[in-house]
Design a protein around this ligand. Structure first.
Ligand SMILES: NC(=O)c1ccc[n+]([C@@H]2O[C@H](COP(=O)([O-])OP(=O)(O)OC[C@H]3O[C@@H](n4cnc5c(N)ncnc54)[C@H](OP(=O)(O)O)[C@@H]3O)[C@@H](O)[C@H]2O)c1
Length: 214
């Protein structure tokens, strides 16, 4: 599968490194030289946001949450996402109030889905800090990390497979109508990360029983 990242920061690099073992990956950032160096260090491709959107069967929105909609425009606008699987990893959380910036049950994921009517959208990978995604096996006390996600039903299998490919057990919370809950839950995680808790100790689900998934 071809995976294009819009954004080439910490999260993009952590996920790209793992997916590169099984998939073709392209990173894109605003600074082409910096992106090129990051991509070279992982052995993946680099390009502009437009190139990454055109390259990916799956497109991961991996800028800071404030930059998601400008980044969609950079990538060519909504039409560039037609027919694509889009994964939203972003946490619209204020680091002053530690609350989601979306109110009344609305989620960033749903706003993205509304802006990209030709795409199928999922929310995933938002609940654990980047240091967790960087762990090579994500097994804690003998149990695999579980990744909660929401998705349009048509892409459920694709998203679950991509979660398994980074070494985590997928657990679907439901459709993107539930994405707000993942964003609000991430606000709890972020609050305690900022208070100094270890990234491996906040709000991670693990398998209910010890078993190997790969
Ligand atoms: N960090 C975590 O622990 C963590 C965990 C779970 C979820 N998340 C979520 O994941 C997202 C990414 O986090 P991160 O830590 O990877 O952020 P980051 O390290 O700051 O990286 C953001 C990337 O987006 C690029 N970018 C910004 N605006 C852009 C635009 N308009 N077009 C194209 N690229 C653009 C930046 O390029 P420049 O280098 O040019 O600025 C940078 O490469 C955030 O929304 C965050 O909420 C983060």
């Amino acid at each position: 599968m071809n995976i294009g990242f819009i954004g080439a920061g910490g999260m993009a690099k952590a996920l790209a490194r793992k997916w590169a073992a099984k998939h073709e990956v392209m990173l894109s950032g605003r600074d082409l030289d910096k992106t090129k160096a990051a991509a070279a260090s992982l052995g993946v491709r680099s390009g502009t946001a437009q190139e990454a959107a055109s390259f990916g069967d799956v497109i991961v929105l991996a800028t800071r949450w404030e930059d998601v909609f400008p980044a969609i425009e950079n990538a060519g606008g909504p039409a560039a996402f037609d027919g694509k699987t889009v994964i939203d990893i972003n946490n619209p959380v204020s680091i002053e109030t530690f609350r989601t910036t979306r109110e009344n049950g609305g989620s960033l994921t749903q706003a993205i889905a509304d802006a990209l009517p030709g795409a199928k959208v999922a929310k995933a990978f938002n609940m654990s800090q980047v240091a967790v995604w960087e762990d090579p096996d994500m097994i804690y006390d003998g149990r695999q990390l579980v990744t909660l996600y929401t998705s349009d039903e048509e892409i459920d299998e694709t998203v679950a497979g991509l979660i398994a490919d980074v070494g985590s057990e997928p657990l679907r919370l439901g459709s993107n109508a539930h994405a707000y809950q993942l964003e609000a839950a991430a606000a709890i995680v972020i609050k305690f990360l900022f208070a100094g808790r270890d990234p491996h100790t906040v709000f991670n689900f693990i398998q209910p029983e010890v078993k190997a998934i790969r």
